[in-house]
Design a protein around this ligand. Structure first.
Ligand SMILES: [Zn+2]
Length: 256
């Protein structure tokens, strides 16, 4: 009679639920009756308790998100000198920051401006702030890598990068439009990613040198490389309505 009591007592001291104790067999004690350093009971068959496992997985995902950012922009946060160093357009920074604070259900943020205006730095700051403030994981990817993903993957497989790009809660597509200049690539995959994300109402932040306007100062217009329906998704101003209209917030970044 004493053995089952010992098992029950041991398991109870390990913090196991009553139901688990009732079903426990003598051999289970060795497996279950151990506490993790965090204080939770754990199964000896696994190296960590599920709480620590989940925490580790979360930390790994966050580290992967930060690693996906360009190294020079990993420290870009709103209100820091680092962001101001890369992006001199205070009005653009203000508008991007307001978006993060208000966080309206806008699925598309299009950041456009000429080369070295600070678009990627601003997009990085938005992605980091959305993760911190709204707990949405993100991935930062160059449009050219999305365009090349299929060519670099075995035939008949959905490239892992495309699969992730379509499903991650927040995606930054940097240098949108440059995929159209690649040879041996699938630039239409970039449009597929954008379309799929809009269908799922997932936030996509694009940076581009191609202008949403009819008359572009640098001669590069989104209209020249994308179908009108795609340009509309990238640029038509979102309004909550009713009736709801458009899906984008367009932020122009001036080089200063
Ligand atoms: Zn633990």
């Amino acid at each position: 009679m004493s053995a089952p009591l010992t098992i029950a007592a041991t398991l109870a001291s390990a913090g196991l639920a009553k139901e688990a104790i009732a079903e426990a067999k003598p051999g289970d004690v060795a497996l279950l009756a151990r506490r993790c350093a965090c204080g939770n009971p754990m199964d000896r068959r696994y190296p960590q308790c599920t709480t620590c496992w989940d925490a580790q997985a979360k930390a790994d995902r966050e580290a992967a998100a930060i690693r996906s950012l360009p190294e020079i922009h990993r420290g870009c946060r709103f209100g820091t000198k680092e962001l101001a160093h890369w992006c001199g357009d205070k009005e653009a920074i203000k508008r991007a920051r307001e978006f993060v604070v208000d966080f309206p259900p806008v699925p598309m943020v299009t950041i456009w401006g000429e080369t070295r205006a600070g678009k990627s730095a601003l997009a990085s700051a938005v992605a980091i702030a959305v993760r911190v403030r709204h707990r949405r994981p993100f991935l930062f990817v160059d449009a050219r890598d999305l365009g090349r993903a299929r060519a670099e993957c075995g035939f008949g497989h959905e490239p892992e990068l495309l699969r992730k790009a379509k499903s991650i809660p927040v995606l930054v597509i940097d240098e949108l439009g440059k995929e159209s200049e690649l040879v041996r690539a699938n630039p239409e995959d970039v449009v597929c990613v954008i379309t799929e994300r809009l269908r799922r109402q997932l936030l996509t932040i694009c940076t581009t040198e191609w202008s949403p306007l009819e008359h572009a100062p640098n001669g590069k217009r989104l209209h020249d490389i994308y179908a009108p329906s795609v340009v509309q998704r990238l640029t038509e101003r979102w309004s909550a309505g009713p009736p709801p209209k458009g899906c984008a917030l367009v932020i122009e970044v001036q080089k200063k």
